[in-house]
Structures are given as structure tokens and as C-alpha cells.
Design a protein around this ligand. Structure first.
Ligand code: ARG
Length: 462
């Protein structure tokens, strides 16, 4: 006996098995089972309220859906590939529960608005969870930054020692990056918070449905204005994937530095044993696998974004089956970013900062060269000229192995008799950092200011 398909009325031949498999999405769209039942409940309640369905029928359907919801939460539901996707599986199970009256549920809607509704609900539900995880990571960064306001490290440009900075300042830069991620995900809500339900297949319906009401039941801000747009818009998913990609890019940059900095050559930090792994052949190894994995997983999230952008490109209005491909990438991105944020938080919370090693790296370099040039500029030497003078001192120092702080005062006074003993204070990395007190700079007072503002943001859950 060929299987009976829900849309099988106009077909004479049974489906090919491979075609049925290829067509089916139940293996992955069961991820939205809760959302699907939720959407159906709102729809049938609206059908009841508008008297499109008699209350007795609607109540049977409501009771059946509630039963399915409870079964799903308790033991899961027995989905079958014969029923193609989550929508038809739920309807088939509802029919098993309450009989043919289940067939009235689909009045005035289509799978096209149904799947879009499920997807909106799915994204809406995950956004606050992701924001909360990001906030927890930000809190950890603030705690670490507070402990390290006066921890001096080399600041880099082009991966070359540039100017000494506060490690707390460095951590707060990531705080700011994650703050923008939080704000982007919060904005994502605006476009996720629209109800496609009732747009039906593409053109609306002749039934006197109340889209505002079903939107309200589902907690959506409002229905989509245009039925064609409602069923074919996946911008909110693309925005999600784009936000997720930018977030992963941020995490990946932090991972990259973490990997460098726990290497022998840098030795600025040491990861906790619990966030490291060993080697099966080299007994001495302690590897930063978690950081590498997050960096690696960035690629798959970028892939999720590129995949859907490419799928959507060139799709005519309205629904096309191509859009069934919108789900796996989204689910994958959610399942990738959540543990990545959590792992990053744990890694940051438990890593040991080797403050001496960090500061030491700033003593045997020329990262105080700007300080000297700035100092000369205060002695009425134009900055350009000061830059040239210091450049020559650096060149000489590199050849003779002399740091700027080791040049005797007499030598300095040959350059300019106004140079005094205080030049050596300026050249100390810690002093150099402390004095960079322009707004948003690495000066200790500025870093403390940033931390105070960050705490306020966190306290207000902004
Ligand atoms: N499984 C389908 C999807 O995910 C549901 C919508 C099907 N609509 C249709 N007209 N075939 O996109």
C-alpha cells in the first residue's frame, strides 16, 4: 500500500522513495515541534473566537494539541518521515488523538505561513537566552578587568610592540565588542517579532480570520503587513546569522590572542587545566583546544550565513521549497554560539594572568618611544622633529643593545639641554600607561571609568 500523503488528492502515482526522503524535513524541523504546536493553538483559538469553527470542534482541537504538547515535553512524539515535515506530523498525531475533526485546524492557513510562524517563534525564544549568556560573559570580563587595571602589557599594532597598555583596558575592549553584539541581537527582535500567521499560502484567505488576535495570542508585536512578504521573508533569520557571525568573529579574535598568549614565547597567561587538553604522544603538552575550537567553529557559522544568503538570492515571491533549507543553518548557529559563549566565559574566569611576564615584555622593547617623542614635544621641539630624533635613538639602540631608559642624561641633554631627570619617569611603561588619560584611553583612571560605566550597563540589563 502506498502511503497516503496529506496533499495527495490530485496525484495518481505513489511517490518515489528517494524523492520522499529528499523532500522530507522532519529529521531536522522537529526542532520546532513546540513552536508548531504553539502556533496551531493560537490559530485554532482565533478560529474559535471569530466563530469560523464551532466552539465544540475548536475545543476538541485545543485539548488534542495540549495533550500533544504534554506528550512532547514528557517523552517526545513519534515522528515519521511518511508525514514529511513537522507540520504534517503534528496534524497526523492530532488526528490519531481526536479523529477527523483535526482536519479543521488547517482552515484559513497554509504550511507556508505556518513554517514562517514557527521560525519566528524559534528565533524569538532564543534571542533573550543568547543575550543573557553574553551578559554573563561581559560580567566575567569586568571582574577580570577590575583585577588588572594596573597590569601592564605590550599593546600591539601589526602584531609588533606598539605602546604599553593596561590589560584591563584590553579586556574592556572585548566588553565593548560584546556589548554591540548584545545590541544587535536585541535589535534582531524587532524583525523577529512579527506574525506571518494568516498570510496563508501567499495571498491571505477568504475566511474572516483575525490576524491581530492570533498575533496577540502568540505574543507577537503585530502581524506582517503584506501576505507575500510574510511567507517569503527570511531577513530575520539572516540578521540572526549575521549577528551570530559577527559574534563568532569577536570570539575568534579573543581566542587567537589567548592561543598566542599561553604559548611559551609569550607566556602572558595560563589556561586552567579544566579548559585545556593534553597530547596522546607528547606528555608535556597543555593545549588550548577550547580556544581553537571556538575559532574553528567560527567558520561553520559564517557558512550558515553564506548558505542562507545564497539560498535566498534570486528566489521569486512568494514561497519556494528552497526555503526549507533555511532551518539547519539557523539551528546549527544557535547550537554553536551558545556553548561557545559559555566556554569563553569559563576560560576567561579561570585563566591565570602572569602579570610579571606581561610587564616584563614592555621593559625590553621600544614601546616607550612615543613617550620620549611626546616628552621632547613638550620641550618645544615640533613633534615631527621629535619623532625623527627618537627614531634615530631607536636605531642606535637596536645596534648597541641599549634601551631608551639606559641612555645617560648627558646624551639626552646633547639633543636638547631642556631634557631633565624626569625623562626617565616618563619612560617607565607603567607611567606611560597611567598618563594616557585622554577619554577612552588606557590611563588607569580612564579604565576605571569604563569599568564603572560597564557595571551600570550590566546592572540595568542594557
Ligand atoms: N517543510 C516546509 C518548509 O520547511 C514547509 C512548507 C511547505 N510548503 C509547501 N508549499 N510545500 O519549508
Amino acid at each position: 500500500m502506498p502511503i497516503k500523503r496529506m496533499w495527495g488528492g490530485r496525484f495518481e502515482e505513489a511517490g518515489d522513495q528517494l524523492v520522499n526522503q529528499f523532500n522530507a524535513s522532519i529529521s531536522f524541523d522537529q526542532e520546532m515541534a513546540h513552536e508548531d504546536i504553539e502556533g496551531s493553538l493560537a490559530h485554532v483559538k482565533m478560529l474559535k473566537e471569530t466563530k469560523i469553527l464551532p466552539a465544540t470542534d475548536a475545543d476538541k482541537i485545543i485539548a488534542g494539541l495540549e495533550k500533544l504538547s504534554a506528550r512532547l515535553a514528557k517523552d517526545g512524539l513519534p515522528f515519521s518521515i511518511d508525514n514529511e515535515d513537522i507540520h504534517m506530523n503534528i496534524e497526523a498525531l492530532l488526528t490519531e488523538e481526536i479523529g477527523p475533526v483535526a482536519g479543521k485546524l488547517h482552515t484559513g492557513r497554509s504550511r507556508n505561513d505556518q513554517v514562517a510562524t514557527d521560525l519566528h517563534l524559534y528565533v524569538k525564544k532564543r534571542l533573550p537566552v543568547i543575550i543573557d549568556e553574553l551578559k554573563a560573559l561581559q560580567e566575567e570580563l569586568v571582574i577580570k578587568a577590575e583585577d588588572n587595571v594596573e597590569t601592564i602589557m605590550p599593546g600591539y599594532t601589526h602584531m609588533q610592540h606598539a605602546q604599553p597598555i593596561s590589560y584591563g583596558h584590553y579586556l574592556m575592549a572585548y566588553f565593548q565588542m560584546f556589548q554591540r553584539d548584545v545590541e544587535r541581537f536585541a535589535f534582531n527582535m524587532k524583525h523577529a517579532d512579527l506574525s506571518p500567521l494568516g498570510a496563508a499560502a501567499l495571498a491571505g484567505t477568504t475566511f474572516p480570520i483575525d490576524r491581530q488576535l492570533s498575533a496577540k495570542y502568540l505574543g507577537f508585536a503585530k502581524p506582517y503587513h503584506n501576505s507575500l512578504d510574510a511567507v517569503s521573508d527570511r531577513d530575520f533569520v539572516l540578521e540572526f546569522l549575521s549577528n551570530a557571525s559577527i559574534l563568532m568573529m569577536h570570539l575568534s579574535r579573543l581566542c587567537e590572542e589567548t592561543i598566542y598568549w599561553c604559548s611559551y614565547e609569550f607566556g602572558y597567561i595560563e589556561l586552567a587545566d579544566s579548559y585545556s587538553t593534553g597530547s596522546s604522544i607528547m606528555p608535556q603538552k597543555k593545549n588550548p583546544d577550547m580556544a581553537e575550537l571556538i575559532r574553528g567553529k567560527t567558520g561553520r557559522v559564517f557558512g550558515d550565513l553564506m548558505g542562507l544568503l545564497t539560498t535566498m538570492k534570486g528566489l521569486p515571491l512568494a514561497y519556494n521549497k528552497d526555503m526549507q533549507e533555511d532551518k539547519e543553518g539557523l539551528f546549527d548557529a544557535v547550537k554553536t554560539i551558545l556553548p561557545s559563549i559559555k566556554i569563553m566565559r569559563g576560560m576567561m574566569a579561570t585563566l591565570k594572568v602572569k602579570k610579571d611576564k606581561m610587564e616584563h615584555a614592555t621593559h625590553h622593547d621600544f614601546s616607550n618611544a612615543t613617550e620620549l617623542a611626546d616628552y621632547l614635544a613638550t620641550k618645544e621641539i615640533p613633534f615631527r622633529e621629535a619623532h625623527e630624533i627618537v627614531g634615530e635613538l631607536v636605531l642606535k639602540g637596536l645596534k648597541t643593545g641599549t634601551n631608551l631608559a639606559d641612555i645617560p642624561l648627558a646624551e639626552y641633554q646633547k639633543i636638547n639641554p631642556q631634557i631633565e631627570e624626569d625623562v626617565y619617569t616618563c619612560l617607565q611603561p607603567k607611567v606611560a600607561v597611567e598618563r594616557r588619560n585622554s577619554y577612552g584611553g588606557t590611563g588607569f583612571a580612564q579604565v576605571r571609568e569604563q569599568i564603572a560605566e560597564a557595571k551600570e550597563l550590566l546592572a540595568n540589563n542594557k
